[in-house]
Design a protein around this ligand. Structure first.
Ligand code: MAN
Length: 354
């Protein structure tokens, strides 16, 4: 399958984004949901900012203070034995290393707009900025699905209460309506299907499992896009393959005559993230018809291999023009890249695997 990466990759980098907060730096602009809005391609960028530290021993961790509605910082001494500072993304707790006390940056959604799909103008303000007790550590990895005239935006909301999935809707990308937490902690990587199937709406989600089980993808349905149930296991990790340690939905499912094409991310034990594809039955998406053995996109270029958290390609949205899929994908938790491929080619490959 041919993948045509833009020669302008990475198309958006941290240096292109002005921090919203004084004394902060933008360390990442990545994992963007995508919307087609009239003539424009809109990217729902995940922008991550962190306070600039004045000493190598001190780390400042940002959080949104709900009562004052301001960003505040917690101060950590990197020699403090109660915490582990080795993962650049989190301040982990020594006694329970899988839990974190703070994130080292705060993420929010900022929009970028383009007519040609490659040259983007980034809004000066945030679009979805932390606003309630469930997202004080950030708003991450938005996915966007248009249903009728409404855009449904789901994202991970991070706080000390856990990671929930929140839903907001917009019609104009100027303002949004907050719907609520559609899934309790801990869950991530939620995206809606673009239409009802047999009178129900569907979404993919990825429970973050702790006591038993794996990081696998589930399917749920809803009568109203707010209340979700009928949770069913869909597909997940495969031993000794590129997606042996985690999977998660990526791009909102794409409808084809052969079935729903689901482009998902997976990672191995080395946390190397690639993109793969499965085909779901058109009228019964609980049925997985086919799955590619190999990833269709993997970190191969320097900008995909090096960065804040290296060896990551992470697609969250596409635009479609006839047969061309234009996928926007985060690289190494640092920048945003884009590639084109043929919907027919990837669907044919899936059909051959059936
Ligand atoms: C992981 C990574 C981070 C993210 C946190 C919280 O550590 O995906 O990028 O900030 O989880 O969601």
């Amino acid at each position: 399958m041919r993948i045509i990466r833009s020669t302008k990759n990475p198309i958006i980098q941290p240096k292109d984004v002005k921090p919203l907060h004084d004394g902060h730096e933008v360390i990442g602009v990545f994992n963007a949901g995508v919307a087609e809005y009239y003539e424009e391609t809109i990217l729902l960028l995940r922008v991550a900012e962190r306070p600039i530290s004045d000493s190598i021993d001190t780390l400042y961790a940002p959080y949104f203070d709900v009562s004052s509605k301001k960003l505040k910082v917690s101060k950590y001494d990197k020699n403090d034995d109660d915490y582990i500072f080795s993962d650049p993304r989190v301040i982990a707790i020594k006694e329970t290393p899988n839990k974190f006390k703070n994130l080292t940056s705060v993420s929010y959604v900022r929009l970028a707009r383009s007519i040609n799909g490659v040259d983007f103008t980034i809004d000066d303000e945030a679009f979805i900025y932390p606003f309630n007790e469930y997202n004080i550590f950030g708003v991450e990895d938005a996915r966007c699905t248009k249903i009728d005239d409404t855009y449904y935006i789901t994202y991970s909301a991070v706080s000390e209460k856990g990671i929930t999935v929140q839903l907001v809707t917009t019609e104009d990308f100027q303002s949004y309506d907050y719907v609520g937490n559609i899934l309790a902690p801990e869950n991530k990587d939620v995206m809606f299907f673009p239409e009802k199937i047999n009178s129900l709406y569907y979404m993919l989600h990825r429970p973050v499992i702790h006591s038993v089980g794996e990081l696998d993808i589930w399917l749920s349905s809803s009568p109203d896009l707010v209340h979700w149930g009928n949770h069913e296991y869909l597909f997940g990790i495969r031993e000794n393959k590129w997606d042996s340690s985690r999977t998660g939905g990526g791009v909102p499912p794409i409808k084809t005559e052969h079935g729903w094409v689901v482009l998902y991310h997976g990672a191995d034990e080395h946390s190397r993230y690639c993109m793969g594809a499965v085909l779901l039955d058109l009228s019964d998406p609980t049925k997985v018809l086919a799955r590619l053995d190999k990833p269709f996109l993997e970190p191969e270029f320097d900008y995909e291999q090096k960065g804040f958290f290296g060896d990551v390609v992470f697609g969250c949205g596409v635009t479609l023009n006839d047969d061309t899929v234009t996928m926007y994908y985060g690289v190494s938790d640092t920048s945003l890249a884009v590639c084109d491929f043929s919907l027919k080619e990837i669907t044919d490959e899936l059909v051959r695997e059936r």
